[in-house]
Design a protein around this ligand. Structure first.
Ligand SMILES: NC(=O)c1ccc[n+]([C@@H]2O[C@H](COP(=O)([O-])OP(=O)(O)OC[C@H]3O[C@@H](n4cnc5c(N)ncnc54)[C@H](O)[C@@H]3O)[C@@H](O)[C@H]2O)c1
Length: 351
């Protein structure tokens, strides 16, 4: 008897790193960042619909490996992601990721994709989404402290979505800053390399901190923060790993993704459990106030939440159509007779 053919559902579209890069260039990086910002914002508007849980983290001395699941009742997603600050010294990425979308009605996967690039894109888009609701009106200058893998994406999303056109850079490693200056040449941004974080934040309307260190670091102290600034704190995203002095949190109004996760992982892990925060989705839906006035210090205490990955995966699936930028992977065993998994295996031996 000939081997039965698996159904169409058994083949899962897979987007490799190579195809993800082609897709980004096919769409255009800044167009993609702007579109993805809108897709994430659309999902934040439906926040209450989603299954939400703090991510499942497995910590070690060197770093963390996390699983980030969510579902809107029709589609389910998860991301596998790590954070290993010491990897860079060995020539490895600090953050790598891949992820999956599945249909809730059958549980069958519908997309498997690289997510290292996609995480940098969605993190930048989420920063831009928060900044467009919280940054001072007419903001043009951003300080970028930490010039590693995420940094250029942050700069370009702030340009595409919020109109930032001047970037002031600082990293403890001047080679990282030199790389970022090189990468942003011709991007339509005025880029200034600085030799301290103090000098990088001069005149900045937005301060983005995006450093990687597995400790309580103090990238910004309270005396550095002037009235009216928006702080976009990306790098403090793990227990025992923060970037801001706690006195800043006493002066700032803090906005978060999902409080049960941010209280474990964000800058606010330094504060009492009842430290007041505003959920970003409530600002987006008009249920809570964003920036109150020009002198308020706003802080987006970003840790990265599963719904942002869900949005990014959904966006990739939609934008993939008609491009051919994927391979069909045979990863679901799908016998003609669903109860005859064993028979399918037997027939494979005879074939
Ligand atoms: N919030 C989120 O959604 C989210 C998403 C992705 C990554 N992250 C976090 O963002 C951080 C940056 O990620 P990456 O992939 O760019 O890491 P990376 O290792 O590529 O870059 C980090 C940079 O920070 C610099 N740095 C370290 N300590 C510093 C200091 N005291 N002052 C100035 N610069 C300093 C390093 O020299 C390096 O260039 C990581 O901590 C990562 O976990 C957060």
């Amino acid at each position: 008897m000939p081997s039965p053919l698996p159904s169409e559902k058994a083949f899962v579209p897979f987007v490799s790193v190579e195809n993800m890069m082609r897709l980004v260039h096919h769409i255009g990086l800044e167009t993609l960042l702007a579109e993805l910002t809108d897709v994430i914002e659309a999902d934040f508007r439906r926040w209450e619909l989603f299954d939400k849980t703090p991510r499942v983290a497995s910590h070690s001395r060197e770093g963390v490996i996390e699983l980030m699941p969510t579902s809107d009742g029709e589609i389910y997603s998860f991301k596998y992601v790590n954070g290993h600050p010491k990897n860079m010294a060995q020539g490895l990425q600090t953050v790598t990721a891949f992820g999956l979308l599945a249909e809730v009605s059958t549980g069958y996967p519908v997309l498997l994709t690289e997510m290292t690039l996609l995480t940098a894109l969605r993190t930048a888009a989420t920063s831009a989404m928060a900044a467009r609701h919280l940054a001072p009106k007419g903001a043009r200058t951003m300080a970028m402290i930490g010039n590693g893998a995420q940094a250029e994406f942050q700069a370009l999303a702030m340009k595409a979505v919020c109109g930032i056109d001047r970037i002031r850079l600082y990293d403890i490693d001047p080679l990282a800053t030199a790389k970022m200056v090189r990468n942003l040449s011709g991007a339509g941004l005025t880029v200034t390399a600085c030799t301290s974080s103090q000098s990088a934040i001069e005149g900045a309307d937005i301060i983005t901190t995006c450093t990687a260190d597995k400790q309580y670091a103090t990238i910004l102290t309270d005396n550095m923060i002037g009235a009216g600034v928006h702080i976009n704190a990306i790098g403090g995203d793990c227990p025992g790993k923060t970037e801001l002095h706690c006195d800043i949190l006493l002066r700032a109004h803090t906005f978060v993704e999902y409080p049960p996760q941010t209280r474990i992982e964000g800058e606010i892990q330094q504060m009492e459990p009842d430290y007041p925060v505003t959920e970003l989705w409530k600002v987006i839906t008009g249920q809570a106030q964003g920036r109150r006035d020009i002198s308020q210090i706003t802080l987006f205490d970003s840790v990265g939440f599963a719904i942002e990955d869900f949005s990014a995966l959904r966006y990739v699936r939609d934008r993939l159509k008609g491009t051919g930028l994927y391979q069909d992977l045979d990863i679901i065993a799908d016998p003609d007779d669903p109860r005859d998994l064993f028979g399918m295996l037997q027939r494979a031996r005879q074939a």
